[in-house]
Design a protein around this ligand. Structure first.
Ligand code: 6GU
Length: 242
């Protein structure tokens, strides 16, 4: 998979050299391009924003640098046929936005199967609407939110999304079984985990985990998942378990 990111803070993404995704990049499973939006300006101050038409607080990101950056990034992707909508052969452009659809594990699974994803990180009060309209003529476009709170810009949201789908790209996580027993993969929160020693500071590992009885362990873990989900996230529970 290839991922391109357009941002005014390219160094935010330096950490993608590290850890799991750094290794995936070294192995060629994951290609990353980070693009400084200011490299696509032509004035001395490298201006990316301006005051909003119609008035109001804050600044709006200008369309021209976005248009040039997207044209460079999309140069090698297939053209959209006259009269057609962009399809699966075109890249997916994602604009992180608190006004978008909420990102979930299902979204992460979908993104992990894309060939080329472009993230456009907005700052200030937003991006000129025509950037989205133009992008939609070249690629599939989605506005995606992490949840119901406001971040200063899309960068941290993009890091979170890349972490979530990056580990689902085939070959990135060494043992695929470790992906299955995780919160949200089966729709429930994960069960509590324990390792040695069996007793620590007066707290003991539940007896059943020491029993060696795999059936009983599996049953206990499922109960723990349901109990924890009922307590913390009842909204996730199917009707019959509530
Ligand atoms: Cl994706 N972007 C911004 N700026 N704020 C957010 C968000 C995204 N998700 C939640 N808050």
């Amino acid at each position: 998979m290839r991922v391109d990111i357009v941002t005014i803070f390219p160094s935010f993404f330096d950490v993608l050299d590290l850890s799991l995704l750094g290794k995936a990049r070294a192995q060629g499973l994951f290609e990353l391009g980070v693009h400084d939006l200011r490299d696509y300006t032509h004035d001395r101050h490298r201006t990316v924003d301006d005051t909003p038409y119609g008035g109001g607080a804050g600044m709006v990101m200008k369309p021209e640098p976005w248009g040039e950056a997207l044209d460079v990034i999309l140069a090698d992707s297939p053209a959209v046929e006259e009269g057609n909508e962009p399809g699966a052969e075109q890249p997916l452009i994602i604009f992180p936005s608190p006004a978008g659809h909420v990102f979930t594990q299902a979204t992460a699974r979908r993104y992990a199967n894309e060939r080329h994803i472009v993230f456009g990180c907005g700052r200030y009060e937003g991006i000129d609407q025509r950037v989205f309209d133009y992008a939609a003529t070249r690629a599939r476009v989605e506005l995606v939110s992490l949840g119901d709170y406001v971040l200063n810009g899309g960068e941290v949201a993009v890091m979170a999304m890349i972490e979530a789908f990056g580990r689902l790209i085939p070959g990135v996580v060494g043992n695929p079984l470790s992906l299955v027993e995780e919160s949200h993969e089966d729709g429930l929160l994960e069960y509590p985990s324990y390792t040695k020693p069996a007793a620590w500071r007066g707290f003991e590992v539940p007896e059943v985990l020491l029993s060696g009885h795999h059936g009983k362990v599996a049953e206990w873990r499922k109960e723990q998942q349901i109990e924890r989900t009922r307590r913390v996230r009842p909204d996730l529970l199917p009707e019959e378990l509530r």
